[in-house]
Design a protein around this ligand. Structure first.
Ligand SMILES: Cc1cc2nc3c(=O)[nH]c(=O)nc-3n(C[C@H](O)[C@H](O)[C@H](O)COP(=O)(O)OP(=O)(O)OC[C@H]3O[C@@H](n4cnc5c(N)ncnc54)[C@H](O)[C@@H]3O)c2cc1C
Length: 389
């Protein structure tokens, strides 16, 4: 059995490691020539951490992960704490601590675990197809490869998805822009072991710890799609959006490196249930592109990888049966996370200002129970976090 994986993001690499764990020959093809991930960091929730543990990366993950002991919401204007509570009840319920991790470091960990030399960099797939006997991918340099199956982990703009669905799809602008980066932790912004979120006016400013005394930060701003943006101008743009916000937010804006601050327009895709065509399947963002509002896109990609391994374990000699089993195991769960994130996105970003005002009021009366219940609801339901946990 030989499986070719297109894309060395967190989905493709997790899948490659997972398949190799059960003795399947794998090959990974990646269009970029070096490890340069977009985005500063990512919160790997407990379901994602369990996937990394399963892939044999428990210690490495613990080393890279930030320690989040508490969570708080802060009134963006006044700086008053709306609620603050321990993460421990969540950790106890789901059986694993979550870890925010710098993206480049997570990516490097996965690449090293799979084997840097085993990744074919600089290979842009331009065409994918299959026949009764083999799946085939063609690359921009003219190379064509054949495998028993091809897994398209080629991200949100996947061309594998286009092949599987038989038609291109248009992603939906979720209505906001996310500015993100890394800064040194600073108590003036938030406690070093807390995930602190300032909210107000449908905007959000958040910091959470990653390793080595750094905060991953992000600002969410409701903006039109396609506005011009000059890299390096983050500080002045954010000062404009958050002029009258609390001192902690001003400290963060002063501390960030404008050149290293990313600006990402947030899009997602309606869930769809066809992930497989013959010997070709999609995985990760190619299969379920979500807004980051519940921090589950990457975790879900890693869950796909585990489910794919289990499907091949159950059907070692039958590619078609394995891929269909994988699809059946994943579409409902992944689609549900996309829709949950969309719902959260709309409340956070004041799609209906009354609902958002009501949420702010709830935050003032929150002891953590409802928020942690919601987070546990996202975490539970994956292959390693059964809902009956
Ligand atoms: C602002 C933001 C914050 C986020 N925060 C979180 C979070 O906190 N927690 C979380 O779990 N998720 C988060 N996500 C989502 C997460 O980043 C994605 O779900 C995850 O990166 C998907 O991994 P992937 O491997 O499927 O795709 P990608 O990471 O996009 O990797 C796809 C790879 O395929 C390669 N590729 C593409 N086309 C081709 C081709 N034709 N040929 C060869 N190679 C190709 C690309 O170069 C890339 O390396 C966030 C997303 C955003 C935008």
């Amino acid at each position: 059995m030989k499986v070719a994986i297109i894309g060395a993001g967190m989905g493709g690499l997790s899948a490659a490691i997972a398949l190799r764990q059960i003795g399947i020959e794998t090959a990974v093809y990646e269009r970029v020539t070096e490890n340069k991930p977009v985005g500063a960091a990512i919160s790997v929730w407990s379901n994602g951490v369990k996937c990394l543990n399963y892939l044999g990366l428990r210690e490495e993950t613990e080393q890279l992960g930030g320690l989040v002991e508490t969570m708080s919401y802060v009134d963006g204007h006044t700086g008053a704490t709306m609620c603050r509570f321990s993460m421990q009840p969540l950790i106890d319920e789901v059986g694993q601590r979550p870890y925010p991790i710098a993206r480049a470091e997570l990516q490097l960990m996965l690449m090293q675990a799979y084997g840097m030399d085993d990744i074919r960099f600089g290979m842009t797939m331009v065409e994918v197809g299959d026949s009764p006997d083999a799946a085939t991918a063609t690359f921009a340099d003219g190379t064509t490869i054949h495998a028993d199956a091809i897994i398209g982990a080629d991200g949100a703009g996947s061309i594998t998805r286009e092949y599987v669905l038989g038609t291109p799809v248009t992603r939906r602008y979720a209505g906001y822009v996310n500015y993100n980066g890394l800064v040194a932790t600073d108590e003036a912004i938030g406690p070093a072991t807390e995930w602190t979120t300032y909210v107000g006016d449908g905007k959000r400013v958040s910091v959470m710890p990653v390793s080595d005394g750094r905060f991953y930060f992000f600002f969410d701003v409701v903006e039109e799609q396609g506005l011009p943006y000059r890299r390096g101008s983050a500080r002045e743009v954010l000062r404009g959006h958050f002029a009258d916000w609390a001192p902690g937010v001003q400290t963060l804006i002063d501390a960030l490196d404008p050149q290293a601050t990313n600006r990402v327009e947030i899009l997602d895709l309606d869930p769809f249930d066809t992930w497989v065509k013959g010997r070709v399947a999609v995985l990760g963002d190619a299969a379920h592109n979500t807004t980051p509002d519940i921090g589950q896109g990457g975790c879900s990609a890693m869950e796909d990888a585990i489910a794919l391994q289990w499907a091949f374990k159950d059907h070692p000699d039958d590619v078609h049966a394995a891929l269909i089993a994988y699809q059946e195991a994943r579409t409902e769960r992944a689609g549900e996370l996309v829709l949950r994130a969309r719902k959260r996105c709309d409340v956070t970003h004041a799609k209906d200002p009354e609902l958002t005002a009501q949420w702010y009021e709830e935050l003032r009366n929150e002891d953590g129970t409802n928020i942690l219940r919601g987070i546990a609801g996202n975490i539970l339901g994956g292959p390693l976090t059964p809902a009956t946990n």
